[in-house]
Design a protein. Sequence first.
Lengths: 503, 433
Amino acid sequence: MAARILRPLNKGEFDYWRAQHLLNRAGFGGTPSQVRALANMGLKSAVNYIIDADEVETEPIEADRFDADIMRPPTRQQRLEFRVARENGDEATLERYRRERQRRQGADRRQIAELQRWWLKRMIETPRPLQEKMTLFWHGHFATGYRTIEDSYHMFQQNQLFRNHALGNFRRLTHAIIRDPAMIRYLDNNQNRKQSPNENLARELMELFTLGEGNDYTETDIKQGARALTGYTYNDDEFIRHGSRQYQRLHDDSVKQILGKTGNWDGDDFVDIILSRDVCSEFICWKIYRFFVNDMPGEPTQAGQEFVLELAKLFRSKDFDLKPILRTIFESRHFYEPDNVCSQIKSPVQLVVQAIRSLRTPPRSLRALLSATDLMGQNILFPPSVKGWEGGRTWINTATMFVRQNILVYLLTGQRPGVYPWQIDQSQYDAAPLLDHFDKPLGDIDASEAVKYLVWFNLGRKPHERRIAALNSHVQSRGGRLNEKILIELLALITAMPEYQLC
Amino acid sequence: MNDHDYNTYSRRLFLQQGLTLASMATTAPLFIQRSALGMMRPLGSMLTSQPGVPEDRILVVVQLGGGNDGLNTVVPYGSDDYYRARPAIAIPAPDRGQAQQPGALKLDDSNGIGLHPNLAGFKDLYDEGVASIVQGVGYPNPNRSHFTSMDIWHTGDHSAKGYGWIGKYFDCTCNGTPVPEGAVAIGRNAPLAMQGRIQKPVTFETEELFRWLGEDVQASLDKPYADINRGGVLADVDPDSQLGFLMRTALDAQVSSERIRAAVARTPLVGYPGSRLAQQLRIVSSMIRDGMNTRVYYVSMGGFDTHAGQVRQHANLMTQFGQAVNAFYKNLKAQGDSGRVLTMAFSEFGRRVQQNASGGTDHGTAAPMYFIGDMVRPGLLGDHPSLSDLDKGDLKFNVDFREVYTAVLEDWMKAPAAQVLGKQYRKANILKA
């Protein structure tokens, strides 16, 4: 019997607006007709449809979609040649190597930009929005940045890892992440040898990835955990095997004591020991709660705390399977409480992808969209630190506010506003389908009814009288009847409302 | 002057002299010692409480991104080690210049140390007594990654984590509410240094981006837009809610936008070169002239990562830097603000002493910082780092950059440096009072 706080919404209460809330939070929003379809499915089927994303057909990702060879480490032969050249002062050879390295770095920077575009496009087009949203969640959680890695293929491998485990099991994902070349490189575990341990990965594994800062562990646990992680490194694109000579040379094969447990632990044991602490499930559930339900600054509400603790119990009882807790969240009455609706500040990626998916604007130039999300503080694959993005109110300041409004002007019109380096896009946006249910030509629709619906649809809540008045008087000043152009003007104003930054 | 002031003065002077002498303990060559002794001169202006300097002081930070080659900027031409380490790229001594490679600019108050020949703009200020060079600035266990080292400079913390030092300055002094337009960064991205828990910088690349551009689509949208974004927190909205916060910020953005665009529209009193840095500083000078609330401005130029073919590339950068800060100072002087503006330039690290095989230099450690303003103690400050006593081919730093921050925070911004930086550092002696 589930705890009371986790109880589901009553069946009849799952209406159009709640379906829209579900689609916004569990994905990146949808068009009026998509929202209607979801509402018609009823709560249980709608949540199943979103959670069982793996059953939805999607475009397969070919393993060779990105070039794995750009940053391939030099062969033994090449290293030897380089060393000899250096010893002999053979400038011509050294210069050739330097140029080759610069060429490869340039090619790799182009590929990481391509990977960013590829992922953003996937978020815009995917029929499995929750999978991409969870991929984004894990990217922010196990934050790894290209600037340190400088290997775009490793970033692609990690991105695929997050996608494959997006709705899987947190234990398996954590086992996988300590074998992930990008993570190993980012947190220096390739330097973690039994002769000279490096604590970086062990520290962040506990502090940021599983337990939370200072929760339930000591500096000694970090040191001991680092010893367990010695030898967890990679060659080229692959994790080294435990049985290999290299592993045996690097791994500290002796007794460690971690979180009170003594044994000859390796990195996988280390993960399992951490996961056996209740604090871990609570920490992860908190993060998931903040991502999907409520991220108000300050102390969480009583109900929020209770919800998370119960969710964590469920998480443990399912041995860290993600689907059961996500299903519980999305079905819960708590998730649909007024305090948890239209109360989250959209991340820059959410803002852009949700705008395209719900308004059906042309996606315009992916480069422009990425430049905008960067200006708004979220450059995917380049998180500011291993802590990922802080999110919430930190997204918003006076400068990002203008970028947020202006990227919407760009999406709606394709015109490059002012001096932004965004490529002009000629394709016309047809907004009329947003008003399909009026079942009339635009000019015949009662403009004030249309205004009311558009505001409500875009802001997800009953609009303030003053907003309605501002829009109505604009329509009046433009002749009082709707047409394609005025419709876009209305959307430019609605998306410039402070309310539009919430979902 | 009362007794209290006098005591403060002598105690401070003592500390300053003590500090200078302590840092000279290592045997420095004669040409270096002379400049260090210059640092001990008691200055008349220290006795007064900065006549003519109003309390509304401003700091302008100039970031030289990529790792500026300190040794080819402030050139130790009196050292044979310098020429041995850099046969292909060293700057010749002042009297040994050639058409291809002009010699260093000679500094009157020093022997053996000069400036890059393209730094005439900076030397001009140096000769006027309104510019200084703090030599050999760095930090222990130097990090050679651009990003990490830059973050260390930005946070003032070796972990390179946490908020920025300027952000923390605001947080410590702003009583819990951010100062509107208190921190302004000109550029694409808001620098970490300016990020506080409470204070966030206003960031824009050009003032044209700092406004809503929907009006370009249809001019008559300006009225409803203003109604929507100037409403502030509407009557029935909880001011502490996310929506209340957004409505407040939307209004702030409108006010800032107007203020900044009006300020920037002012024509500067002197001409500026076309370089990016110069144009950024032009914007800053206009905003200062307009009397904005801003206490810290942040500008930056990049391109200093000179791994290959350094000579020409670095010469261009030096020209840009020198000319830009020269125009900026002259403009501030003309508009009567040079007494209340302190400009500080830094780079995340210097470069290795030894040139590399591509006619460039690789990432190094200690490097000079540059200060400009009427209140700087002019000249060469501190010791030039030794070129013979190296740490694995790198310069050893003499001054921790946080000692410099401490001086800027305490002496210029009147802020509790230990609280901002999380630790009490010794204070470098860089300002007249």
